[in-house]
Design a protein around this ligand. Structure first.
Ligand SMILES: Nc1nc2c(ncn2[C@@H]2O[C@H](COP(=O)(O)OP(=O)(O)OP(=O)(O)O)[C@@H](O)[C@H]2O)c(=O)[nH]1
Length: 378
C-alpha cells in the first residue's frame, strides 16, 4: 500500500517536472524569436503557464507603403524651381525685343548664352539663326519675338527618345530578364538619391523593381537606398561587408531581379573621379559582370548641373568607359546654368532623360523640352 502511494507520488513529481521543463524551453524559444512545433494537447496543457510567463506578443503593424506621385506632369509642378535658369530666357527676350539690334546687343546675347553654359557651338548656331530671323521679321512685337525664341530654343534642345528601358526582354538563352539600368557618375552628383527617386517613378507606373547598392565604399549609401526602398516596398540587394566587390553586388542584383521576374533592375554605383583610372576600370568591370546575367539595357550618367564645364569633361570620360545611353541632370533647381542641358547633349550625343529639381522624393522629372523651354521664357 505504502509502496503504491510512493510510486504514485514519484510519477506525479516526474510529470510535473516534465511539464515545467517544457514550459521553460518554449518560453525561452519564443523570446529568441525562433519558432517551434508542438502537439495541440501539450499546447493546451501548457497554456495557463505560458500566459502567465510570457506577455502576449504584439504584432508589429504592417508598414504603410507610400504611393509615389505619377511622373507625368512633374516638370510642370516643379517649374518654379527653374526660376534661376529662367533668367537666360528673360534676358534674351528683353534684348531681342529692343529692335534694330546693334553689335553690342548681339554680344550681350552671346555672353548671356555662354554664361548659362549653353556651350560655344550651340551659342554660335543660335546667334546665327536669330540674326537671320530677326532681320527677316523686322519686328519688336514681344509675342512674335517670344515665339521665334521658343522655336529656336526647342530646336537647340532637340528631339530624342527620352524614355528609359522598363520592359523585361527575352535573352539569348530564351529566358526573360529584367531591363537593367546602371547608374554612374562622380562623387556627390546625386546618384543614390536619383536611383531611389527613379524607383519611385517606376513604382508609380506599377513596375516591379529591384535595387542594387553597388556603392560598397559608403555603407551609408546602402542604408540610404534600403530606407528609400522600404518606403515603397522595393527590395534592395546589398553586401554586409564594406568594400565588397561592387561587380558581385551588381551581378547578384540582376540575378535577384531574374528570380523575382522583376520588370527593372537599378544598380547604384560609388562616386568616382574620372581621372582615377582604377576606379574607371572597375566601372567597366561592373558592366561586364552584370552582362553575364543579362545585357545592360541602360547606363545613366548623373551630372550635377551646377558643375558646368567641369561636368562636361567628366561626362566624356565616363562615356568612353561605359556607353552612356542617357543623362540625369540633377540640382537644376537653384542654378542659372540650365544651358548645360543643350551643351551636354551635344557633347555626348545622348539625351537628357530626367532632371533633378529638388531633394524631395518625387522631385525627379522626366525631361520634357517644351516644358523646359516654356519655363525659361515664362
Ligand atoms: N537641390 C537638389 N539636391 C539634390 C538633387 N539631387 C540630389 N541632391 C542632393 O545631393 C546630395 C548628394 O546626393 P547623393 O545621392 O548622396 O549623391 P551620390 O552621387 O550618391 O554621392 P556619392 O555616393 O558620395 O558619390 C544629397 O544631399 C541630395 O539630396 C537635386 O536634384 N536637387
Amino acid at each position: 500500500m505504502i509502496d503504491q502511494t510512493v510510486l504514485l507520488l514519484v510519477i506525479a513529481v516526474v510529470v510535473l517536472l516534465a511539464v515545467g521543463v517544457s514550459a521553460v524551453t518554449l518560453v525561452t524559444r519564443r523570446r529568441r524569436g525562433g519558432t517551434t512545433t508542438i502537439s495541440p494537447e501539450t499546447a493546451e496543457a501548457l497554456q495557463p503557464e505560458l500566459d502567465e510567463a510570457a506577455p502576449p506578443v504584439e504584432e508589429a503593424p504592417a508598414p504603410t507603403l507610400e504611393r509615389p506621385e505619377p511622373a507625368a506632369g512633374r516638370m510642370q509642378r516643379l517649374r518654379a524651381r527653374l526660376a534661376r535658369s529662367g533668367t537666360v530666357g528673360q534676358t534674351l527676350l528683353s534684348i531681342l525685343s529692343r529692335g534694330d539690334l546693334t553689335e553690342s546687343d548681339w554680344e550681350e546675347i552671346e555672353e548671356t548664352l555662354l554664361l548659362a553654359d549653353v556651350g560655344i557651338g550651340p551659342t554660335t548656331e543660335l546667334m546665327d539663326t536669330l540674326r537671320t530671323r530677326s532681320k527677316v521679321l523686322g519686328t519688336t512685337d514681344p509675342e512674335v519675338v517670344r515665339g521665334v525664341l521658343r522655336e529656336e530654343l526647342l530646336a537647340l534642345v532637340g528631339e530624342s527618345d527620352r524614355s528609359i528601358a522598363t520592359e523585361p526582354v527575352v535573352g539569348d538563352d530564351g529566358r526573360p530578364h529584367p531591363a537593367t539600368v546602371l547608374v554612374v557618375g562622380v562623387n556627390g552628383t546625386g546618384k543614390t538619391t536619383t536611383v531611389a527617386k527613379l524607383a519611385r517613378v517606376l513604382v508609380a507606373e506599377d513596375k516591379s523593381v529591384v535595387l542594387g547598392a553597388a556603392d560598397t565604399f559608403r555603407a551609408a549609401a546602402a542604408d540610404q537606398l534600403s530606407t528609400w526602398g522600404a518606403r515603397v516596398g522595393v527590395e534592395v540587394v546589398r553586401s554586409d561587408r564594406e568594400g565588397a566587390d561592387p561587380a558581385a553586388v551588381a551581378f547578384d542584383t540582376v540575378r535577384r531581379g531574374r528570380e523575382e521576374s522583376a520588370d527593372v533592375v537599378l544598380v547604384d554605383t560609388a562616386g568616382r573621379l574620372q581621372n582615377k583610372q582604377g576606379l574607371m576600370d572597375e566601372l567597366g568591370k561592373i558592366k561586364r559582370v552584370m552582362s553575364r546575367e543579362a545585357p545592360v539595357s541602360e547606363v545613366l550618367l548623373v551630372l550635377d548641373a551646377t558643375t558646368g564645364q567641369n561636368g562636361m569633361r567628366q561626362a566624356q570620360v565616363f562615356a568612353d568607359v561605359v556607353d552612356i545611353t542617357g543623362i540625369v541632370l540633377t540640382k537644376l533647381d537653384g542654378t542659372a546654368k540650365g544651358g548645360i542641358v543643350v551643351a551636354v547633349q551635344r557633347e555626348l550625343g545622348v539625351p537628357v532623360k530626367f532632371v533633378g529639381l529638388g531633394e524631395g522624393p518625387d522631385d525627379l522629372a522626366p525631361f520634357v523640352p517644351e516644358e523646359f523651354v516654356d519655363a525659361l521664357l515664362s
